[in-house]
Write a protein of this length. Sequence first.
Length: 205
Amino acid sequence: MSTLNLFLEIFLLGLVAGAIPGPVLTAVFTEVLRSGYVKSLRVVFKALGAEISTASLVLIVVFNLNIPPFYFYILSIAGAVYLIWLGYKIWKITEVGSGQGEVFSFTKMLLLTVLNGGFWIFWLTICVPRAFLLQESISGGKYLFLLFFELGWIISTASSAFIFSRFRPWLLKKNLVSGVFKTFAILLVFFALKSAVQAVMALLK
């Protein structure tokens, strides 16, 4: 595979990853509904910072150590508990701007990423092999991988948030807001249970 094609594949991989429904996208959509698209970009960039920090850790760890997958499944179970807690906080939101303060701080987004076992498995099985390929072709290739992947990721995530924001005026109609927040809360709990079940099944193999 040529280096140019590899860069394109990495960028497209980031685009796809940013559009996959999951805890981060649910958090972004929640903030769109609470504060509008422009303010929701704060959560997008916090998520980006958390993603880059954790992905950098993945690259450093994998390129230097051989970590058994067992530990990432344990992270998934811890992450499931954290997701349920976040879901509870979102469930209590009844209207736009209701007293929840900053639901998605950088620390919370970082924990959301670090405790997501699926994130680690995705990076270990899909991203790291491509980072190795690029590293063999170009000096510092693993960092270029991170750059192109995250560029695709933020474009995809911000675009998804913008599309969702177009529905905000309709969703803000009476009796819809509380229901939408509760739907987001249920989604986070669903992601938590799915992650925990997959982790337990993998550990029992």
